[in-house]
Design a protein around this ligand. Structure first.
Ligand code: ADP
Length: 171
């Protein structure tokens, strides 16, 4: 009976993230989705908004909870009795990055393991940054993010403000 953490920026959550939540919740006793609070990172949604998306999205899963974290993720995991960090991978560049992060986390706490979960092929192109850019051009997001996220993205990018917001996100 192992508890796991699925950490991320989730700015915003996509169907790719939710697919990992669904699969990991079927494997682990409990899954803690952890929204990383990185005040330096130029995020579109506040940590509280991202937490709120997940509160609604995890409703079907009785063993999944969502949390904010502004400390090292291994510290969060240890404090909550979790032995595993789950990370999704879409591609070799993703794996290469995630592998380095896993080595760093292992050096911080050797008792915590990272499990990599390959994306479902349906979602391998989904990337929060590209979705924000698409939203800024009023693109159709229905196959990429849940309706509550699509609605919130539309609200962040009213048609007249598309280009400046897209520029801001590129920097
Ligand atoms: P980060 O936390 O690195 O800023 P994200 O918040 O976008 O990245 O993603 C959190 C985790 O979900 C990461 O492990 C990332 O590789 C994974 N992920 C993102 N999009 C997908 C997807 N479409 N399919 C599977 N995993 C994904």
């Amino acid at each position: 009976m192992v508890k796991a953490v699925f950490p991320g920026s989730f700015d915003p959550p996509t169907f790719g993230h939710l697919n990992i939540v669904e699969r990991a919740s079927g494997i682990f006793e409990e899954l803690f989705v952890v929204v990383a609070v990185n005040r330096q990172k130029n995020s579109l949604f506040t940590p509280e908004e991202r937490l709120d998306f997940f509160r609604q999205l995890i409703a079907p899963y009785s063993n999944v909870s969502v949390h904010l974290c502004d400390t090292l993720i291994v510290d969060f995991a240890r404090k909550n009795g979790c032995k595993v960090l789950v990370r999704g991978v879409r591609s070799v560049p993703d794996f290469s990055y995630e592998f380095e992060v896993s080595i760093l986390n292992k050096s911080l706490d050797p008792g915590i393991e990272t499990f990599f979960m390959p994306t479902d092929p349906k979602y391998f192109v989904l990337r929060s940054s590209a979705i924000k850019e698409l939203a800024s051009f009023d693109g159709n997001l229905s196959s990429m993010v849940p309706p509550i996220v699509a609605k919130a993205l539309k609200a962040k990018f009213p048609p007249s403000s598309g280009l400046p917001e897209a520029e801001r996100l590129r920097t």
